[in-house]
Design a protein around this ligand. Structure first.
Ligand SMILES: Nc1ncnc2c1ncn2[C@@H]1O[C@H](COP(=O)(O)OP(=O)(O)O)[C@@H](O)[C@H]1O
Ligand SMILES: Nc1ccn([C@@H]2O[C@H](COP(=O)(O)OP(=O)(O)O)[C@@H](O)[C@H]2O)c(=O)n1
Length: 249
């Protein structure tokens, strides 16, 4: 079956636009890790859009820019070079305006996962101009990828970035389960702290984008009672079903 999907992918014209799989969801639902594993299984790339918002928050902090100042944060993007790998191990680099060439571009792969950055990122992602410009960047990255397919994951991918994607999924899990998963990653923080932090971040993010309710045509995947492998399989099964339906029509 896996081979059948990969054969279908291989039969596509070399210059065809990538098949898009759009995945949204709140923190800890499994978006990044499940999307990555599903992408590998499908022979697709993976674009983690949250990494760009995290990198922008990191850059603004480095430059001493007020994160709540929409114009100042958007101005960073005038001269910001952002790179992210879509296959293999994730690596994220940014070229910061006016930075020391010795340390530029900066590898921010680890730094953007710091708890401190998670606490700041909603302040840059709330600005509509910043979102518009990053969304244009995401579409450009996918179009230039040269890959047969790309899984794009974030908060507004199914609704704003790729509303016409053939596969659109909202991945959820209960707040309790999401906090437990995150606490497993963040040593030194209690379950209660992690629960409070992700609830606060989701609440701030949800003021800008609704990622709790599936938009029309979006498939809900609740991973609360699924283990990691079952979650990956759920995504792969949805993609395969859509690919089969497209082949038959
Ligand atoms: N279905 C699942 N069952 C168990 N653990 C999971 C599941 N999905 C994700 N995880 C784990 O939960 C943590 C958070 O997942 P992640 O993909 O970072 O979520 P998100 O990108 O939605 O914030 C990771 O450690 C991941 O391995
Ligand atoms: N498409 C997206 C992706 C992320 N984000 C923002 O970026 C932050 C970090 O996203 P993430 O996907 O890395 O977060 P996790 O869900 O992995 O914790 C979110 O809290 C949002 O503020 C967004 O606004 N829109």
């Amino acid at each position: 079956m896996e081979d059948a999907v990969n054969d279908a992918v291989d039969d596509r014209p070399a210059d065809a636009a990538p098949i898009l799989v759009a995945i949204d969801g709140p923190a800890g639902s499994g978006k990044s890790s499940v999307s990555r594993a599903a992408a590998v299984r499908l022979g697709f790339g993976i674009l983690d859009t949250g990494a760009a918002y995290r990198s922008l928050a990191w850059t603004a902090t480095e430059l001493g820019v007020d994160l709540d100042d929409a114009a100042a944060v958007a101005a960073i993007l005038d001269d910001w070079e952002y790179r992210i790998t879509l296959r293999g191990e994730q690596r994220v680099t940014v070229r910061v305006p006016g930075a020391d060439p010795e340390t530029d571009p900066a590898d921010v792969t680890a730094a953007i996962r710091a708890h401190a950055v998670s606490g700041l990122v909603s302040r840059v992602s709330k600005h509509p101009e910043v979102r518009d410009r990053l969304n244009a960047m995401f579409r450009g990255i996918v179009a230039a990828s040269g890959l047969p397919g790309v899984v794009i994951e974030g908060r507004d991918i199914t609704t704003v970035v790729a509303p016409d994607a053939p596969v659109r999924i909202l991945m959820t899990a209960s707040a309790e389960v999401r906090a437990r998963r995150r606490a497993g990653e963040l040593a030194g923080l209690s379950h209660e702290q992690v629960l409070a932090d992700i609830a606060a971040r989701d609440a701030k993010d949800a003021l800008v984008v609704d990622f709790f309710t599936p938009a029309p045509g979006v498939t809900l995947v609740d991973t609360s009672d699924l283990d990691f492998e079952q979650s990956v399989q759920a995504v792969v099964d949805i993609v395969r079903a859509v690919q089969r339906a497209a082949e038959e029509s």
